[in-house]
Design a protein around this ligand. Structure first.
Ligand code: SAM
Length: 234
C-alpha cells in the first residue's frame, strides 16, 4: 500500500517516545538474566518445556519495557507468555521490573521479529500481540512495519489455526495501512476493528494499557485496535 504525502503525516510521530539511550551494562544483564531466554531458537517446537506448566503460548512482539505483558501474565496464570524485544536497552527495563516482581509464566527474548519463524514451530503460538508498533512512515521502510504483508506471512506460519493477532495503536496512518494489509491478505481476515477502543464496551473488556497507550491516551488520542484471525483453508 502506498502512503500519500498527506498519509505520511498521519504516521509521523515516530521517535517521540522511541529513542532510548544506550544503557551501559544492559547487554550483559540480559545475557545473565534468568528471565531472558538465551539461544531462543533452540526452543522452537518445545517452548512449553521452558515454562513450569504446559499451557497455551501467547507472545508480544515489540514489548518495550514490558508493562502490558507483566500485567497480562499476572492476570492470566493459565497462559504462558513470551515477550520479544529487539533492543537490549529497552528489554533491560523489563528485566529490572521482573526482578522486583517475578512471574513464573513470563519470559523475555532479545530478538529481531524479522526472524520470528526461527523461534517457533508451525502453529505453536496461540496469540500474537502487537502494541504501538513503530510506524516507519516512509514508503521505502514499509517492509519494516510489523503489520506489513511480509510480517503477516511470517505470523501465519507460527500461529495456531484457531489463534489470533491483536494490534493496538493510536497512529491512524499505521492503523489504516494495517487494516488494508489484513484485508488484502489471503492468509488472515479481520475479526474486529475499532477506532476508539476505550469507548468500545465489547473490545475494551479486560483491556490492559501498554506504556505507549497510557501516554497517548492521556494526550487525548483515540486508540485503534484490530483483531485478525487465520483465514480458514479452502
Ligand atoms: N509495545 C510497547 C508499548 O506499547 O508501550 C512499546 C512500543 S514501542 C513504539 C515499539 C517497540 O517495538 C520498541 O521497543 C522496538 O524496539 C520494538 N520493535 C520494533 N521492531 C521490532 C522488531 N523487528 N523485533 C523486535 N522488536 C521490535
Amino acid at each position: 500500500m502506498h502512503i500519500s504525502p498527506a498519509g505520511e503525516d498521519l504516521f509521523k510521530r515516530q521517535g517521540e517516545f522511541m529513542r532510548l539511550r544506550n544503557i551501559p551494562g544492559a547487554k550483559e544483564a540480559i545475557a545473565d538474566s534468568k528471565y531472558c531466554v538465551q539461544e531462543p531458537e533452540t526452543f522452537a517446537g518445545q517452548w512449553n518445556r521452558h515454562f513450569p506448566k504446559d499451557q497455551p503460548l501467547h507472545i508480544e512482539i515489540g514489548m518495550g519495557k514490558g508493562k502490558f505483558l507483566m500485567e497480562l501474565a499476572a492476570t492470566h496464570p493459565e497462559i504462558n507468555y513470551l515477550g520479544i524485544e529487539r533492543y537490549t536497552s529497552v528489554l533491560y527495563r523489563a528485566v529490572q521490573k521482573m526482578e522486583l516482581c517475578p512471574l513464573p509464566n513470563l519470559y523475555f527474548v532479545c530478538f529481531d521479529a524479522a526472524r520470528i519463524t526461527e523461534l517457533f514451530a508451525p502453529g505453536e503460538v496461540e496469540r500474537i500481540y502487537l502494541n504501538f508498533s513503530d510506524p516507519w512512515p516512509k514508503d521505502r521502510h514499509a517492509r519494516r512495519r510489523l503489520t506489513s504483508p511480509d510480517f503477516l506471512a511470517r505470523y501465519r506460519e507460527i500461529i495456531d489455526g484457531k489463534g489470533r493477532l491483536e494490534f493496538k495503536t493510536d497512529n491512524r496512518g499505521l492503523f489504516d495501512y494495517s487494516v488494508e494489509t489484513v484485508k488484502d491478505s489471503d492468509q488472515w481476515e479481520l475479526a474486529a476493528v475499532t477506532y476508539d477502543l476505550h469507548h468500545d464496551e465489547t473490545l475494551c473488556q479486560g483491556n490492559i494499557m501498554t506504556e505507549y497507550e497510557e501516554k497517548f491516551s492521556a494526550l487525548g488520542n483515540p486508540i485503534c485496535k484490530l483483531i485478525a484471525v487465520p483465514r480458514p483453508c479452502i
